[in-house]
Ligand binder design. Sequence first.
Ligand code: ZN
Length: 196
Amino acid sequence: MTFGDAPAPPPTDTVRLRLANPEAYVDLRGPTTCALITDAEKRAIHDRLGPDPLRDGDDPDRAWRRISKSRTTVAALLMDQKVVAGVGNVYRAEILFRHGIDPYRAGKDLTQGEWDAIWADLVLLMREGVRLNRIDTVRPEHTPEAMGRPPRVDDHGGEVYVYRRARMACHVCGTDVRTADLAARNLFWCPGCQTR
Ligand SMILES: [Zn+2]
């Protein structure tokens, strides 16, 4: 992020590390680990993480082997770093919406086709998020411009379907978006669209 002549804003309390030089800064939030470690320690951390959609060559089948045997909800599995790494709360809510999947479905009830489609979508969305430094998850037909609606106002920026939209009307079906606590984080979903 470039800030030119203006001073960098003070980091918010979720920032774990800031890298800065006179021209620019970047903040790291919510990392798995934030410490100075050796290469061997780094490998050990990677070894206990699931595949990461942002890492080239990571194998979604490693995650599928755990998901397909699990009675845990798919919403909780997506937040479990041992199953799949790096997804986070915004992408878990949005990816389940985009695939019409009920967040309370058990992992073992997902089909491999559904998982492969979720993975492919996570790869696209998360790389786009890194490239643009914001999280956009709405399809072209659901942007503010396409729908003639006002853009979202939120400190996370980006256009989303359900994340932090509790009790607001779903952009697709008009049903009120719901929220609940799941895996220690707020889950958001549309009961009208997410029935699979
Ligand atoms: Zn809906």
